[in-house]
Each structure stands twice: as structure tokens, then as C-alpha cells.
Unconditional design. Structure first.
Length: 350
């Protein structure tokens, strides 16, 4: 391959001669088909082999080529992580290798089995070769504490935690260690967005860096979002600007305190989202008090597949305490947390 420091060796040919010369280069084996020809108005840049560049062509091809080093797009796809590391692992290790990773912006977040800890640098190097990945981190714990944040170990590339991630047509600034964000929930967010009507006022409790709130703001009349983690709130404000959502208001604080104050100054909501699967039941009273009669509630929970009914019961009993009734519309699986344990969302009309 003819790449030096990310640049490729190419010859510059006037556009009018390009077709014939490319055929000549291909026939002589000088053409490097790992890269794609680049063209501007007057010239084309054709990737050539190192050998050709070194000898400047020979025989019938010796004709004063203009050699350049420039960045050309690759034709070959990224190898899978497993393919990339296979040379460094023996067969039994390869069978055990858990090659799961998420890509958040230009950061790759790796999960590796304890048994393969000693190989983490090889995994990281393999990931760093992938196009558009500049940082490799490893999850070094589960989601913890009130902020549901996750510790990361730096493995390779730029030592950073903040990046801009694209999802559902939004650009979201995220801090993968200091504020909750999961790329795995993008389809669930889109599902709720598709349920939404244009004239709705929406409350997003536990809003994090704003992936739900900014998406809902694309369609809703107004969106109010509440997040307790100051770093999450700070990024949510950035993301509001980045996505030009002037109909979105972010608050920083405990939803239990903020929401009762909001409903003193804001009409009640057509839809309330509760994306806090661990512990949202403690906030049901607060959510219900903000919801209009006939409004939609989206309540998240982690439950064993045989116990999904418990989430529906939590909603029904909170409603009963407030003299309201819940019509459960559906319970949707939106992720798996552990064997048989799912993240679910109960959609209900209250
Ligand atoms: C599972 S995360 C979901 C974040 C975001 N909705 C998302 O999907 O990326 C739950 C969020 O709730 C926030 N949180 C926890 N307790 C809270 C409370 N009492 N009031 C407001 N936010 C809270 C956490 O800081 C965290 O960002």
C-alpha cells in the first residue's frame, strides 16, 4: 500500500487525458486500488503504488509523471475488531473475546472480558486504526450513583472524554465519563418522537445531556427538561444552542423540587418522559401532578422478563393514590441489561 503518514502517493493528470492514463496505470499494475481517484475541475489524482512512485514509472510508462502525496479516500472497509486483533490472539482467546464496543462521536468505548485484560492494548490499537476513531476508552465499571455516570479507563489516542455525537439528525456534545449518555437508546428516542404531535407541551424529567429533549423539541410546541447533574445540564444547554431549539427550556436540579415549581408557571404537560429506569417510581407522584388529564406517560424500568407487569402496577397504584386512572397502552422492550433483565418503557394514558 502507498500510504505515508495518512497520505497516499498519487499522480496528477490533466482531466482530459485521465481516462487513457488510468487504463495504462491499471494495465501496468501501478494503480493502487486501495484508494479512490480524486478529481477537481482540471486534474485528477490517481493513487499509485510505492514502487511506481519510487521509480517514476518505467518502460512505456516512463513519461514525466507529477508525483504528489495527498489524502485520498480508502476503498477498503474497516476490518471488524475481531478481524483486526485475530493475529494477536490464540484460538481459545479469540473464542472468548467479547468484542463489544460503542462509538460515541470519535470515541470508541470498549468492553472486554476480565480474562482478556492483558490484551487491552492490542484491542485499543486495533480500534484506533478504524476510520473516524481518535480515542479508545474502556468501561471500568457500571453506571453508578445519582448521576448514573460510568468510570472510563483511557487506552489509546487522544486522552479526552468529550466529543460530538450525531444521532437522529441532532448533534450532541457528550462527556462520556461525567454525564450519562448511551448511543444504544437512539431508536427508543425515535420511537417516542414518532408518537409525538406537533402541538404538545412535553416534560422530560432526568434529561441528561438532552438527547430526548432536543429531539422532541424538533416537533413539539414546547419542551421543558430537568437534570440534576451540573455537567449534564451544562452540555444540555450547549446542545440546545447547537441544535437551535429555542422552544426548549433546561433546568438544573432535583426533579422533585423543580417540577412542582415549573407547574406553577407553566401549563401542565401533554406528555411526560421518565427515562430513569433505576428509581423512577419515586418520582411518579411528581410526574403525574405535571400531566394533563388524558396525557401520555412514558415510564422506564429495569425488570426481569417475567415481571414486566410490576412496572404497570407501579403506575396504576401511583395513579390510584392521586385519584387518577392509568390506561396502559403498551410495554416496550428497549434494551437488555443482563440475561433476562430488560430496560422497558411503559406507555400509558393517564
Ligand atoms: C439514565 S440517565 C438518562 C439521561 C438522558 N435522558 C438520556 O437518555 O441520555 C438518568 C439521568 O437522570 C438524572 N437524575 C437522577 N436523579 C435525578 C433527579 N432527582 N432529578 C433530575 N435528574 C436526575 C441523572 O443525573 C441522569 O443524567
Amino acid at each position: 500500500m502507498s500510504s505515508i503518514n495518512g497520505k497516499t502517493t498519487a499522480v496528477k493528470i490533466p482531466a482530459k487525458d485521465a481516462q487513457k492514463k488510468i487504463i495504462d496505470l491499471k494495465q501496468s499494475g501501478a494503480y493502487d486500488n486501495n484508494y479512490i481517484v480524486k478529481a477537481d475541475k482540471d486534474y485528477v489524482y490517481v493513487p499509485v503504488t510505492k514502487n511506481f512512485a519510487a521509480t517514476q514509472g518505467a518502460g512505456p510508462l516512463k513519461q514525466g509523471w507529477k508525483i504528489y502525496n495527498l489524502c485520498l479516500q480508502r476503498t477498503v472497509k474497516n476490518k471488524s475488531l475481531k478481524e483486526s486483533i485475530s493475529e494477536n490472539l490464540d484460538k481459545s482467546e479469540l473464542e472468548l473475546a467479547k468484542t463489544s464496543y460503542d462509538i460515541v462521536g470519535d470515541i470508541a468505548i470498549l468492553e472486554i472480558d476480565n480474562i482478556l485484560q492483558s490484551k487491552k492494548d492490542e484491542f485499543a490499537k486495533a480500534l484506533l486504526k478504524h476510520k473516524n476513531i481518535n480515542t479508545v476508552l474502556r468501561k471500568s465499571g457500571g453506571h453508578e450513583g445519582q448521576f448514573r455516570t460510568q468510570k472510563m479507563e483511557f487506552l489509546a489516542g487522544d486522552d479526552k472524554r468529550t466529543t460530538t455525537h450525531k444521532e437522529n439528525g441532532l448533534r450532541l456534545m457528550v462527556d462520556v465519563e461525567n454525564a450519562y449518555f448511551s448511543v444504544r437508546l437512539s431508536n427508543e428516542r425515535l420511537r417516542i418522537y414518532n408518537e409525538l404531535e406537533n402541538d404538545e407541551n412535553v416534560l422530560v424529567m432526568f434529561s441528561g445531556v438532552g438527547p430526548y429533549s432536543n429531539l422532541m423539541a424538533r416537533k413539539a410546541k414546547s419542551v421543558v427538561a430537568v437534570e440534576i447533574n451540573p455537567r449534564g445540564y451544562e452540555l444540555a444547554e450547549e446542545n440546545k444552542k447547537l441544535n437551535k431549539n429555542t422552544n426548549l427550556t433546561n433546568y438544573c436540579g432535583d426533579a422533585k423540587i423543580i417540577v412542582p415549581n415549573i407547574i406553577k408557571i407553566h401549563e401542565s404537560f401533554d406528555r411526560v418522559l421518565m427515562p430513569l429506569p433505576k428509581g423512577a417510581e419515586d418520582f411518579l407522584d411528581t410526574a403525574l401532578s405535571a400531566l394533563k388529564p388524558g396525557g401520555w406517560l412514558h415510564f422506564y424500568d429495569f425488570l426481569h422478563e417475567e415481571h414486566f407487569i410490576e412496572a404497570e402496577n407501579k403506575i396504576s397504584s401511583a395513579c390510584a393514590n392521586l385519584g387518577r386512572t392509568a390506561k396502559i397502552i403498551r410495554t416496550v422492550k428497549c434494551g437488555q441489561n443482563a440475561p433476562h433483565i430488560y430496560r422497558i418503557c411503559v406507555d400509558a394514558i393517564i
